[in-house]
Design a protein. Structure first.
Length: 423
């Protein structure tokens, strides 16, 4: 019974120690990287301050003019009947500026439109931040595939070196063939070290998107699962819902609100007031009332109206230009993505099988003396070049698809065969 209790306590102690040790994840997947970026990205941390600044601007825009107190003293320190304070007239009155033309509401509307624009700007920045992080994620994933590809190359060259060495020891081939393959193997090992260093740096850069150090050793994903080509109809239908276009619309509405305020400012405000007057000479009191407004001989705000009108029309024109640019860019990226997908298909179905068969034929024939080491090396180069082209093309397709998502502001992954970007 005591032994059982002791073992139980020991297991609990070991578990507690294990839980207290810092854990280092061996791999990070894309959804985790997206979540960390959205929660901790330094570029997204500044937007709450913009919102707070707009709150203050909204308070200021909604304030009404304060009333004004007027105190007038007349007939003071005169002579005769007005000596000292005998003939004093004291008037105390309050006046209030009344804004006409709904100026206060129009100031508030400008702030409201700014708030909407900031929200759109945040959505654009959010997409930019996540898209940039995903580019870094796929950069690291690409390097992992290149490291594996280079490992296979080293193994193949090492096997070839063993065969050539045995034949050289038997006196069938010269030592030059051995040194040629040794040189190739040494170059591949140098390349391997270079790729490892680039991969480590890519992980560090990736982790900076959520302001942390890289506590993982690799990214988790499948580069060969390329997304399908989105339809042109889908892309064109999303044009007017892209974050960039919606931001342009929000900025246009700000200028429209400013134009409306400038037009309202051309309408004069009025000031009304009232008070009481004390007439000391006749020992009597009376009420006084006043009203004032500027005479609008000329529109003193026509310059500001013209400026606001020009800025508003410029934003409208920019919207049309932006739509054209987005349509052109989306079409170009889609075309390039289609080319890459076709290239991958040709590489995998037409070229790679032939290159594999060629290498196997020359490798077998070399041992029979039918081929030279140069032909063996060339066959290896052909296969390795095709395999790398496949990796680079797969990486390019992911980058192009990511850019289509970024520009359209929509997740196109539901229409793709492989959920490579699902958040």
């Amino acid at each position: 019974m005591k032994l059982h209790t002791l073992l139980g306590r020991l297991q609990y102690s070991v578990l507690a120690i294990g839980l207290s040790l810092p854990s280092i994840a061996t791999a990070i997947d894309l959804p985790t990287a997206v979540r960390k970026t959205l929660e901790n990205s330094p570029q997204l941390q500044r937007y709450p301050f913009h919102i707070r600044a707009l709150d203050g601007e909204a308070i200021q825009a909604g304030l009404k003019p304060n009333p004004t107190i007027h105190v007038d003293i007349e007939n003071v320190l005169g002579t005769g009947d007005s000596r000292f304070l005998a003939g004093t007239e004291l008037t105390v009155s309050l006046s209030q500026l009344i804004e006409l033309g709904n100026k206060r509401e129009k100031r508030i509307d400008i702030v409201d439109q700014k708030s909407a624009a900031i929200q759109r700007d945040y959505e654009v920045k959010r997409l930019d931040v996540v898209a940039d992080m995903m580019r870094r994620f796929y950069d690291a994933l690409r390097l992992q595939y290149l490291i594996d590809w280079n490992k296979t190359r080293i193994q193949s060259e090492q096997s070839a070196l063993d065969v050539i060495t045995r034949r050289a020891q038997a006196g069938v081939v010269g030592q030059a063939d051995v040194m040629r393959m040794q040189l190739r193997l040494a170059k591949s090992k140098v390349k391997h070290a270079e790729l490892k260093q680039q991969h480590q740096q890519a992980l560090i850069v990736l982790a900076t998107h959520w302001a942390a150090s890289a506590d993982f050793e690799k990214t988790e994903g499948q580069l060969e699962q390329v997304p399908e080509l989105p339809s042109e109809t889908m892309l064109m239908s999303a044009l007017e819902q892209t974050p960039d276009y919606l931001l342009a619309q929000a900025e246009t509405r700000i200028n429209q609100a400013r134009l409306s305020l400038a037009q309202a400012e051309s309408q004069a405000n009025i000031t009304v007031g009232g008070g009481i007057r004390r007439m000391e000479a006749i020992d009597d009191n009376a009420f006084v009332f006043n009203f004032s407004m500027p005479l609008q001989w000329h529109n003193r705000n026509q310059g500001n109206i013209a400026l606001a009108q020009a800025q508003y029309e410029e934003k409208l024109a920019n919207q049309d230009i932006l739509i054209g640019q987005l349509e052109l860019t989306l079409g170009q990226i889609r075309s390039a993505m289609n080319t890459r997908l076709n290239q991958i298909q040709r590489l995998e179905t037409e070229l790679q099988p032939v290159a594999n068969s060629l290498l196997a034929e020359i490798q077998q024939g070399y041992q029979l003396g039918q081929y030279t080491v140069l032909q063996w090396v060339d066959a290896q180069d052909e296969l390795f070049s095709i395999e790398r082209d496949v990796i680079e093309s797969q990486y390019a397709v992911h980058m192009q698809f990511l850019e289509l998502e970024r520009l359209s502001g929509n997740s196109l992954i539901n229409d793709a065969k492989a959920p490579a970007h699902k958040e």
